[in-house]
Design a protein around this ligand. Sequence first.
Ligand code: SF4
Length: 316
Amino acid sequence: MLEVANLVKRFPVRGGVFRKPLAWVHAVSDVSFALGQRESLGLVGESGSGKTTIGRCLVRMEEPSSGKIRIEGVDLAALDAKALKPWRRRVQYVFQDPYSALNPRMKVGSIVGEGLSVHTSLSRDEIRGRVERLLVDVGLSEEALGKYPHEFSGGQRQRIAIARALILDPELLVLDEPVSALDVSVQAQILNLLADIREQRSLATILISHNLAVVRQVTDRTAVLYLGRIVEIGPTAGVLDTPRHPYTASLVASVPEAGRPVTPALEGEIPSNITPPPGCAFHPRCPRARQGVCDRSLPELAGDAGHQVACHFPLG
Ligand code: SF4
């Protein structure tokens, strides 16, 4: 249902009296992937890897610098605001922080029903009826309709945010760290809710997360990002159980798991994406890097369609 081709997003670093671009932050570089109906794709990586920027480009909260974002063959990246409007309802976004994502001055009924007011000609009573049903579907009571966001816990607010994203019956939901701001005890409830919703509504989802356990639980495929590029992509079990890229392997090894010693997290910081290292951007931190190859030549994604890796000397 979704095809992302050669997506690039650069941000200018402005300075001087005329605020001219002095340099560019290469947030997303040449990212391509496809997503089938009902499929769930995880985007993982450290902060600065570009995973959130990709998600924001998909819903045009950020304008792509170049590349294509196709749904049913239509390139959303090329549409103007008017032409984009009917597509907006088909791709919705759930933010990381349920505390700041909801307008504190609006009642829950208005927050959740706003999309219907903007995109449909339903009457107020019809909108109210749909909002009530959806609130119950996400595990809240109908009385939530007349309350303000501050009257709810973090988990309940994330349920409201999910209801807001679902009210227009989207086909694709982009979930940006949907449980990272919640207590551990509540995280499982929200993840179960997301799994149920996906099943019931035949939704495709993109889950942006740094938490590999969450990605393992709710995604079919996983793309690992490093400094704005996909370095490995494949079925989640394959990528996390038998990683082929040294960066993926170090991410997996740094997560505590029963029966396996924890390897310390990677040494060194993720490099600046204003001046990314030449060749493979991971080479300054990679234990397998070979001078003269990894620092000179950018590895392309290769492998079979199921599991691809961008590395000159992959594991396994
Ligand atoms: Fe490491 Fe070289 Fe592979 Fe990059 S290409 S991940 S530096 S072995």
